[in-house]
Design a protein around this ligand. Structure first.
Ligand code: 13P
Ligand code: ZN
Length: 269
């Protein structure tokens, strides 16, 4: 069977990266059943041939109007599809969609009519926001990392930047590789427009946000970079919890050590 990936190395590479990242999410235990979702803005790889491809689905409403997405194309994980399956068969467990000219609806064009993730309002609202501010970020990733989600069950860590400072202080590199920290988003219904709006608000200040008692939502230039930001934060959360399990409160890096690190790596304050 022919695929939209045929003769399009740029697009094939992006989708292969998504599949690789999906495998990591499963291996880490962050992707139970259909948990988590990925979208990538693939518009830069779209050829005339792709633009002329007919729809293979009805037109679906997005639920919000997103003016910057006119003529954009996205690879999306399918709703109810498993990351562990997507890792091996990305075009059977996800699809490519085209945003229509009304900026409020989309259709599936390839390879199979796999309905996109239930978190599409959040993902597409975020892409609309990123394009609007001229960002070169193309990928957004939602996943359920165990230790970071556990922390959101405690009010203390839901206060602004409390978790960020704690996690940064567990290993020097955490701030270097997640320099904007972790934005906190109070609980909202999964898949809702309210969750999408709250996420965009926090992305002004953070690349990685956490949905209380649910999961992380991160953006970056590509899917591997988005994954890495979550991975370094969750590693710090594991170190914190590991120390607590050994029966002590970890010291964390001192303010002076954090300051030295910030200057040496030229990081934002
Ligand atoms: P989907 O299977 O619709 O992508 O949902 C998974 C999820 O994590 C919802 O928040
Ligand atoms: Zn989720």
């Amino acid at each position: 069977m022919s695929s939209i990936l045929d003769n399009n190395p740029g697009l094939a590479y992006d989708v292969a990266q998504v599949a690789e990242a999906a495998g990591y999410l499963w291996q880490k235990g962050w992707a139970e059943r259909n948990g988590g979702n990925i979208t990538v803005n693939i518009t830069e790889h779209v050829t005339d041939e792709i633009r002329n491809m007919p729809a293979i689905s009805p037109v679906y409403p997005i639920g919000v109007t997103l003016p910057n997405l006119k003529g954009c194309y996205f690879y999306c994980k399918g709703t109810n599809k498993r990351m562990r399956d997507l890792a091996r068969w990305p075009m059977e467990n996800g699809s490519v969609i085209r945003i229509l000219d009304d900026c409020a609806s989309y259709e599936i064009i390839a390879d199979n009519p796999v309905k996109p993730t239930s978190e599409l309002p959040s993902h597409l609202s975020v892409h609309n926001y990123l394009i609007g501010k001229g960002s070169n970020y193309k990928a957004s990733l939602h996943t359920h990392p165990i230790e970071l989600v556990a922390m959101t069950h405690c009010k203390k860590y839901l206060e602004k930047d409390v978790a960020t400072r704690l996690l940064w202080s567990m290993i020097p590199e955490t701030k270097a590789f997640c320099p904007r920290g972790l934005g906190i988003i109070p609980y909202q219904l999964p898949g809702s427009n309210e969750l999408a709006e709250a996420t965009i608000k926090e992305l002004g200040d953070y690349d990685v946000t956490i949905w209380e008692k649910h999961g992380v939502f991160a953006v970056d230039t590509d899917i591997m970079n988005a994954f890495d930001q979550i991975d370094v934060l969750n590693k710090s959360a594991q170190i914190y919890i590991c120390a607590k399990n050994m029966g002590f409160e970890p010291d964390g890096m001192s303010d002076e050590q954090m300051k030295e690190m910030t200057v040496a790596f030229n990081l934002p304050k």
